[in-house]
Design a protein around this ligand. Structure first.
Ligand code: KDG
Length: 346
């Protein structure tokens, strides 16, 4: 079955050369328009999602060149994704159109209390068919970049996608490209035990590993379930991943902000911004990651990068949809410029 790469006519020539490369599965996400249980939701808003695509768009809005490697189906949803990413200024030369599977879809509710119900239609999707050949095709782009960002979602998609991630990591490491991994454990895709085992194997050699406290502690082996891991000490959890071979670990602590621990034993923490109302938490972690990567690429010290990350996370939770709240440069700079930064976004 055929798979097509971008034609020259589709390339946006004014895009900056990719400093950052990311890869994974981009999805169309149908979000219930009204709050309440999914079974009662009748009207949905069509949005674009996927953790790595969210990071890519976040970086592009902040002025960084970013390339996205992946596959979408040869269908209307694939077109939605390609148009959206291209329109945001993301380089999609290596976003392949694959005729042998549909574009992945997720459907989710909005709810104020309790766990959010999410339905995935992504088994056998084009995105899950990402493989090492796609990484070889993007090899030059990866090797010329400054940073490769990966997530723990990709290895859960399929054996081929897991192999693609490993190959990308090898290429980047050999070319001296900075490597980051956001653990992003998705229990709908694999068991906690499988996730912990596979992700622990990926930590070694990472310049930066990020994750929620529960994810960092689970992968660090401090607890056997995400629920128990969420009660661990963040510095101890970060230390476990440093011992597993990461050079820096960022623990995202939600309303408590974030903490960075490095291999020299230094800790930097940054408080969260008070947000008047969390409208939609999905994508906040990716917004945080985009802010952190952007400022770090610009040479900012860790406390400022964490501050920017927290601002981006706060903006993301204040709007519905993964991409909606991602700030442009002027918005981020103005929020960072206040004395000590903003404490409340209303
Ligand atoms: O981080 C947000 C993502 O979880 C969402 O956009 C969908 O990538 C996604 C996934 O696989 O859950």
């Amino acid at each position: 079955m055929g798979a097509a790469r971008a034609t020259d006519a589709e390339r946006v020539t004014s895009m900056p050369a990719p400093e950052v490369v990311t890869l994974g599965e981009c999805l169309v996400s149908l979000i219930a328009r009204d709050r309440g249980p999914l079974a009662e939701s009748e009207t949905f808003v069509r949005t674009v999602a996927g953790a790595e695509a969210n990071v890519a768009v976040g970086l592009a809005r902040l002025g960084h060149g970013v390339a996205y490697v992946g596959r979408v189906g040869a269908d209307a949803l694939g077109t939605v994704i390609r148009r959206r990413l291209r329109g945001e200024g993301v380089d999609i030369d290596h976003l392949v159109v694959d005729e042998s599977g549909p574009t992945g879809l997720m459907i989710r509710e909005l709810r104020d209390l309790g766990p959010m119900e999410v339905i995935y239609h992504r088994a056998g999707s084009a995105g899950s068919r990402l493989g090492p050949a796609d990484i070889e095709a993007a090899r030059g782009t990866i090797e010329r970049a400054r940073w490769l960002h990966l997530t723990g979602i990709t290895p859960a998609l399929s054996p081929g996608a897991a192999a693609a991630l490993v190959r990308a990591k090898e290429l980047a490491r050999d070319a001296g490209v900075t490597l980051s991994l956001d653990l992003n454990i998705r229990r709908r895709l694999w068991s906690e035990a499988d996730a912990a085992r596979a992700l622990r194997g990926l930590v070694d050699g990472m310049d930066l590993v990020m994750g929620g406290l529960d994810e960092v502690a689970l992968v660090g082996g401090l607890a056997s379930t995400l629920e128990h891991a969420g009660r661990c000490d963040p510095v101890e959890a970060a230390e476990a991943l440093l011992a597993a071979g990461a050079r820096q670990v960022v623990v995202k602590l939600g309303a408590q902000g974030a903490l960075l621990r490095d291999a020299h034993g230094a800790t930097t923490s940054s408080p969260a911004l008070g947000v008047a109302r969390v409208v939609d938490p999905v994508g906040a972690g990716d917004a945080f990651t985009a802010g952190y990567l952007a400022l770090t690429l610009e040479g900012a010290p860790p406390d400022r990068a964490l501050r920017a990350a927290n601002v981006c996370g706060a903006l993301a939770v204040s709007t519905v949809g993964d991409l909606t709240g991602l700030p442009d440069r002027a918005t981020l700079d103005s929020l960072l410029a206040g004395p000590g930064g903003p404490d409340t976004i209303r």
